[in-house]
Design a binder for this molecule. Structure first.
Ligand SMILES: O=P(O)(O)O[C@H]1[C@H](O)[C@@H](OP(=O)(O)O)[C@H](OP(=O)(O)O)[C@@H](OP(=O)(O)O)[C@H]1O
Ligand SMILES: Nc1ncnc2c1ncn2[C@@H]1O[C@H](COP(=O)(O)OP(=O)(O)O)[C@@H](O)[C@H]1O
Ligand SMILES: [Mg+2]
Length: 259
């Protein structure tokens, strides 16, 4: 669970998805971990070596808390002086300003559309670094110049239902969690489903079925935990089992309920 608090850890999980989900053409953008401050030329060299093309999006290593949503868009090698380690530099992927939030509750998941960053021309440019807070661009009510497309573009296909289901199945296994969120975008050029973020405590905003799904999930956890003999002794034992408090799935759901 703690791995999702650290973008270095969660991005390693994300980058392995390309192999495990090869048949579904799911990927995550290439990125570079910046552990500590170094001189500009070393950083520029690292970016070139990793074949990271501009623009780049820079995000803090820490993935939760108010400061973790402060990020920047960097358009040239000279502007790499604007990064503040520890952080990740990730290739910016044009996606038509649409974010798909996938909210997972046990065996079920729900997709909700959100606003997102607009497209930017590929390749380096002399544009100044743009500093922004992700809550300005990807909350349901976000209304920012950064999410207004500068050009008309054909609408993108929604993410494939089967590919999203495969992604959720794989992440559930890898994370060993039943309550989490995944942010995905569709690359406007390749239509590839691209994973950009995994969230430990998503809001489930826009999912009216959340509470009933959560109850179903808790019930299924309890059903799996109840020893077979006790089910025959009393019909109420499944809902009163005290052992549930040590179940990690339940701890997570409990925290989510308190958000
Ligand atoms: O990192 P912390 O400070 O815990 O902030 C969280 C994350 O930003 C969540 O996802 P993301 O990182 O993708 O923005 C977000 O959920 P949603 O984006 O799903 O709404 C939560 O929104 P609220 O639960 O609404 O506060 C927000 O509290
Ligand atoms: N690689 C990327 N390419 C394009 N847009 C991105 C990329 N990564 C993030 N974004 C945009 O930035 C927003 C915040 O990034 P995200 O990694 O989800 O951070 P947070 O933890 O703040 O939610 C996303 O909702 C999306 O609009
Ligand atoms: Mg996010």
């Amino acid at each position: 669970m703690t791995q999702l608090l650290d973008r270095f850890a969660s991005y390693r999980i994300m980058s392995k998805l390309r192999n495990s989900l090869r048949d579904w053409h799911i990927c995550s953008p290439p990125y570079l971990e910046i552990h500590s401050s170094s001189d500009l030329s070393t950083l520029q060299q690292a970016v070139t070596t990793q074949d990271l093309s501009f623009p780049l999006i820079c995000k803090t290593r820490v993935a939760h808390g108010s400061l973790s949503h402060e990020m920047s868009l960097i358009f040239s090698a000279g502007s790499l002086a604007d990064v503040h380690p520890p952080c990740v530099l990730q290739r910016f992927v044009n996606h038509g300003a649409i974010l798909h939030k996938v909210f997972v509750v046990g065996d079920r998941h729900f997709c909700v559309e959100r606003p997102s960053l607009k497209n930017f021309p590929s390749g380096p440019s002399d544009r100044e670094t743009i500093f922004f807070n992700s809550h300005q661009v990807s909350k349901p009510e976000s209304n920012s110049d950064l999410t207004e497309l500068d050009e008309q573009m054909p609408s993108l296909p929604p993410p494939s239902t089967e590919a999203v289901a495969a992604l959720v199945r794989e992440l559930r296994l890898q994370l060993g969690m039943a309550l989490f969120g995944v942010d995905v975008i569709i690359n406007i050029n390749t239509h590839t489903l691209t994973v950009i973020d995994i969230n430990i405590f998503p809001s489930y905003e826009g999912v009216p079925q959340f509470f009933s799904s959560l109850l179903d999930h808790i019930q299924s956890v309890l059903d799996k935990q109840t020893p077979p003999e006790s089910t025959t002794k009393t019909t109420t034992s499944a809902t009163s089992s005290p052992s549930v408090s040590s179940e990690s799935d339940y701890s997570v759901s409990s925290s989510s309920l308190h958000k």
